[in-house]
Design a binder for this molecule. Structure first.
Ligand code: T5A
Length: 221
């Protein structure tokens, strides 16, 4: 029996769904809509985010996104993302899914693979080792990749941010953001059973329908 079919106590296991993509791709917007739709079906749904999602991980979120850890280099940042993720998985994700709930998370392992691994040049062996320690078998059942030209995502993110300053990663140049987009698409091609790629340049409602179609088709609601 697979992990998606049953929890350790014989009850039905929930589902673990992640949203990934570049800055301002619409992850938070679509995560909220998907959760509302699932709740209307009577399902128990928890929404969460990374970095963060548990008290320990939220403390590290500030260190990572303020840029306080940037001077330590991408390897140290990758280690801090993994430490936050380990706490998040153990404190929230694993117990919730084991008890039959749906957990929908804004960013997860693929953000580390792309931001720290592919464009941060942290060696794949270190990324894989950190992933194994922090996540173990708690891999997403489905990853929805919201794909959008980087310039459009940054424009949306800037409009939403107003006069606040860009965070540690958002302030990077457009070429780096485009490389991240390519990195996410390469990951999706390498794991087509886990990923669904959604065209996020469309209207919010159209994107929401594409997300819903993918969830229904892949997870059999
Ligand atoms: N990071 C994270 C790593 O480097 N490694 C890791 O392992 C992890 C987990 C997190 C940062 O940390 C990095 C990646 C990130 O740089 P964050 O503050 O959580 O930073 O930011 P993001 O995850 O990038 O989230 P954003 O809030 O910037 O973007 P979203 O959630 O993708 O976009 P959203 O939904 O907030 O929408 C942005 C704006 O666009 C509008 C919305 O209304 C909003 O104003 N919008 C649309 N407009 C037009 N058409 C649509 N279809 C729209 N959808 C949304």
């Amino acid at each position: 029996m697979s992990e998606t079919e049953a929890s350790g106590d014989g009850g039905r296991r929930g589902r673990f769904v992640t949203f990934e993509g570049g800055e301002g791709a619409g992850k938070s917007t679509q995560l909220t809509r998907l959760a509302d739709r699932l709740r209307r079906l009577g399902l128990s749904v928890i929404t969460t985010r990374e970095p963060g999602g548990s008290p320990g991980a939220e403390a590290l979120r500030h260190v990572l996104l303020s840029g306080a850890a940037e001077a330590l280099g991408p390897e140290a940042e990758a280690i801090l993302f993994a430490a936050a993720r380990a706490d998040h998985v153990e404190a929230l994700i694993r117990p919730a899914v084991a008890s039959g709930q749906w957990v929908i998370c804004d960013r997860f392992i693929d953000s580390t693979r792309v931001y720290q691994g592919i464009t941060g040049n942290v060696p794949p062996r270190l990324i894989a080792a950190l992933e194994s320690i922090s996540v173990g078998t708690m891999l997403p059942d489905l990853t929805l990749l919201l794909d959008l030209p980087a310039a459009e995502g940054l424009k949306r993110a800037a409009a939403r941010r107003g006069f606040d300053t860009a965070d540690r990663f958002e302030k990077d140049g457009i070429d780096l953001h485009e490389s991240r987009r390519d990195g996410f698409l390469a990951l999706a091609r390498s794991e087509p059973d886990r990923f669904a790629v959604i065209d996020a340049a469309q209207e919010v409602e159209t994107v929401a329908e594409a997300v819903w179609y993918a969830v229904r088709r892949r997870l059999g609601i």
